[in-house]
Design a protein around this ligand. Structure first.
Ligand code: FES
Length: 107
């Protein structure tokens, strides 16, 4: 069961940028892709590097890890090529006013 938890203010996420936050003991990354917000675990599936330091492609809605360059689709979490072979965790996300709410597993 997942609960929606407020993790940030919408206005804290840079336009077409990313914001790393912590909630329920998880590191979460929030990304603005052309006005929509996506939430995913702030951890590359290759070597656990923080994806919040990566480069967002807001047009394609992907992020590339800054360590070895793996690229992940932010809607599905799937890697688009090596060296990552496993998906990253993605979370359902919704906006209420300026609040960003993310469905996180119970801690
Ligand atoms: S740690 Fe992200 S690609 Fe290697």
């Amino acid at each position: 069961m997942a609960d929606f938890v407020r993790v940030a203010a919408r206005s804290d996420i840079p336009e077409e940028g990313v914001l790393g936050v912590e909630a329920n003991g998880l590191r979460i990354c929030l990304a603005d892709c052309e006005g929509a917000v996506y939430a995913f675990e702030d951890k590359c599936s290759h070597r656990d590097f923080p994806l919040s330091t990566g480069e967002l492609d807001a047009d394609d809605c992907t992020i590339s890890c800054s360590w070895h360059g793996a690229v992940f689709d932010l809607q599905s979490g799937r890697p688009q090529g090596l060296p990552a072979t496993r998906p990253i965790l993605t979370f359902e996300c919704r906006l209420e006013g300026d609040d960003v709410l993310v469905a996180l597993p119970d801690s």
